[in-house]
Design a protein around this ligand. Structure first.
Ligand code: XBP
Ligand code: MG
Length: 273
């Protein structure tokens, strides 16, 4: 009885997914492209190269990122009284362009994402989105990659401006926990960036990291494991950082050690280990 209740207490109840860079390479193939098109359309000579965008990603949130760009990388742009409205307007247009890029079907999900979501649904593990981008952008990505009905797969979408402070602040994860009536120990976050892991960790939630070209060199101290992607049966992940060899004989870690792709059994093993 005691063992049973301990098992129940320790079970993984929910997986909380970041969006940008985690579900898909939306930063490189979507957001950066859309920012540049919005700038061009507005007659601005602002151009965000891939190298500059990597630096700009230090700040989450598109509006916040444009303010950061002006403050640190385009100081010669003349000051204006309406800068907040100006940036908000640019950002609205950028969102429209971003959504139209997704509607063109240009941005696929990263390896293993669809499979892991389907496995979670089969195993009755609750799903949520925890992101700094907007609900409109999340909906467009889901609709164009998994179909319209996939939005119902997620019990809750915690997105964008609903909290005062975006990642790396813990606010958005705390908000999701509160709305879903979960504790941090019930969940694992899937993230791709240092700002993401800091936000989750600030709320007490452990993260599995899948890196991308922008985030490969970030500091992921405290991650449960750092992988190049979630993996597929015919496309194994590579472990970039983790302690898989520790306790190699224990049931938990032998499952983790032998795995080639992330599924719910793998996450459960990490969660209990
Ligand atoms: C994502 C972001 C977002 C996108 C742009 O961070 O920082 O701001 O880059 O989206 P995370 P918006 O993956 O950690 O949530 O322009 O809609 O803000
Ligand atoms: Mg991200």
């Amino acid at each position: 009885m005691l063992k049973e209740s301990m098992d129940v207490m320790g079970a993984l109840k929910a997986v909380l997914f970041d969006v940008d860079g985690t579900l898909a390479d939306t930063e490189r193939d979507g957001h950066c492209v859309a920012f540049n098109l919005a700038f061009e359309e507005a007659g601005l000579d602002w151009r965000w190269s891939d190298v500059l965008y990597e630096k700009l990603l230090d700040v989450t949130g598109g509006k916040e990122r444009m303010h950061y760009y002006l403050a640190e990388f385009n100081k010669q742009y003349p000051a204006r009284d309406d800068i907040n409205e100006f940036i908000a307007k640019l950002h609205r247009r950028k969102t429209q362009i971003y959504v139209s890029l997704l509607d063109e079907g240009r941005i696929p999900l990263r390896p293993g994402v669809k499979r892991l979501l389907e496995d979670a649904r089969k195993q009755n593990v609750r799903l949520a989105i925890v992101t700094t981008t907007s609900v409109a952008n999340v909906s467009a990505l889901l609709k164009n990659t998994l179909g319209s009905e996939s939005q119902d797969w997620f019990e809750f979408v915690a997105a964008g401006d609903v909290v005062a402070k975006k990642k790396p602040a813990p606010d958005i994860y705390q908000y999701a926990l509160e709305k879903m009536n979960l504790t941090a120990q019930d969940c694992i976050a899937i993230e791709d960036s240092e700002n993401g892991i800091l936000s989750a960790a600030g709320a007490g939630i452990k993260s599995v990291i899948t890196v991308n070209d922008y985030t490969r060199d970030h500091n992921f101290n405290g991650a449960l494991i750092v992988l190049d992607h979630l993996g597929e049966p015919d496309m194994p992940f590579t472990v970039l950082k983790g302690e898989l060899s520790r306790d190699a004989n224990s049931g938990v870690n032998s499952h983790v050690n032998n795995a080639h792709y992330v599924d719910i059994a793998f996450l459960n093993a990490l969660h209990q280990g």
